[in-house]
Design a binder for this molecule. Structure first.
Ligand SMILES: C[S@@+](CC[C@H](N)C(=O)[O-])C[C@H]1O[C@@H](n2cnc3c(N)ncnc32)[C@H](O)[C@@H]1O
Length: 326
């Protein structure tokens, strides 16, 4: 029964994020009625919501009865360094939930559900529903913040003078790289609406002179001139033939000495639990993508004109796959 109700827990976390409960408690512990007043909730219903969340370690109740943050609850704060607030808003959103109800169709057909339900593939749909698209973009930034430190601890980006972040989203990763490696320049490449938000982020970080924003589709062309091409959470969005098309476009823009850097979960062999197994189904439903094993990546990259040089694991579930054009 607990497993059957697991989706309700997602919705309960979503409700706490949408109400801003963690943000209120970040200023200090509060009694239930005061917390309810501040977040605009019914006191009894909020108490019941928190009772469930506390039983899963999200929030705590002190001996004096006041509610307070725990480490997982802190991740729901808007300004937390590794905030998952936007991810909670996205995964619990009505649109996201509605599409997951079609998982059975995706499993029957092997196809993503968005074209059937919305008449457009996922990445086209989110450009037309900008409210949902913005939420998706922010959720991606939010999820990325969780693994930033582990990536920099495991992989040295300072070897590169010019990094092209292909499908770089809102630019959070490039901001991190350019801030930590002051000699490096960057190019962010993404679809026009998304790249526009990245330009604001670069200006706010004072990186204007060291970063360019380029727009277009990675199925057509990507900017030349980088000595590293970063694809973070891009390849897993697509089925093999589409992923191969992207990799070939990138390959076409690369000098022989340039390196491809793929950041993705690399699925372990076997049947032990792993977060990638959830995201694998999310990819199937959204865009027909998939998570891959190390062998899958080696195959895909070989077919796309690359040789894998090394796969660097991090303490997070994500790995860095470094490859060179052949
Ligand atoms: C899962 S997000 C990853 C974003 C970012 N790299 C990160 O790690 O947070 C996938 C990105 O691919 C971009 N994208 C999708 N289709 C694209 C296309 N045809 N050309 C360029 N970018 C595209 C999306 O706009 C989005 O920013």
């Amino acid at each position: 029964m607990e497993l059957l109700a697991a989706g309700w827990l997602t919705q309960a976390i979503h409700a706490a994020a949408a109400l801003g409960v963690a943000d209120e408690l970040s200023r200090g512990p509060l009694h239930g009625p005061e917390l309810a007043r501040r977040v605009g909730a019914d006191p009894d219903a909020l108490r019941r919501l928190l009772r469930l969340l506390i039983s899963h370690g999200i929030f705590t109740q002190r001996r004096d009865g006041r509610y307070a943050l725990t480490a997982p609850a802190r991740a729901l704060c808007r300004d937390s360094p590794a905030s998952l607030r936007d991810a909670a808003l996205f995964f619990g959103s009505a649109t996201h939930r509605a599409h997951w109800t079609h998982v059975v169709d995706a499993v029957r057909t092997g196809d993503p559900v968005w074209p059937q339900v919305d008449g457009a593939p996922f990445f086209e749909y989110i450009r037309t529903d900008r409210q949902f698209g913005d939420l998706f973009d922010r959720a991606m930034t939010s999820i990325g913040s969780l693994t930033t430190e582990s990536l920099f601890a495991a992989y040295d980006f300072s070897r590169f003078d010019a990094i092209v972040d292909v499908g770089g989203g809102q630019g959070a990763m490039l901001v991190e790289i350019l801030t930590r490696v002051p000699a490096t320049r960057g190019v962010l490449f993404d679809l026009p609406d998304v790249a526009a938000t990245a330009a604001e982020r670069f200006a706010a970080a004072g990186l204007d002179g060291r970063v360019e924003v380029a727009t277009g589709s990675f199925f057509d062309a990507v900017p030349a001139g980088g000595d590293a091409y970063l694809l973070k959470h891009i390849v897993h969005d697509w089925p093999d033939e589409r992923a191969e098309a992207i990799l070939r476009t990138v390959r076409g823009a690369m000098a022989p000495s340039a390196r491809l850097i793929i950041v993705e979960i690399v699925l372990p062999q076997g049947n032990r639990p792993h977060p990638g197994k959830y995201i694998d189904l999310e990819m199937l439903i959204n865009s027909g993508g998939r998570e891959r094993t190390a062998a899958d990546y080696r195959h895909l990259l070989t077919r796309s004109g690359f040789a894998v040089e090394r796969i660097v694991d991090t303490v997070s579930p994500e790995s860095v796959i470094e490859a060179r054009p052949v």
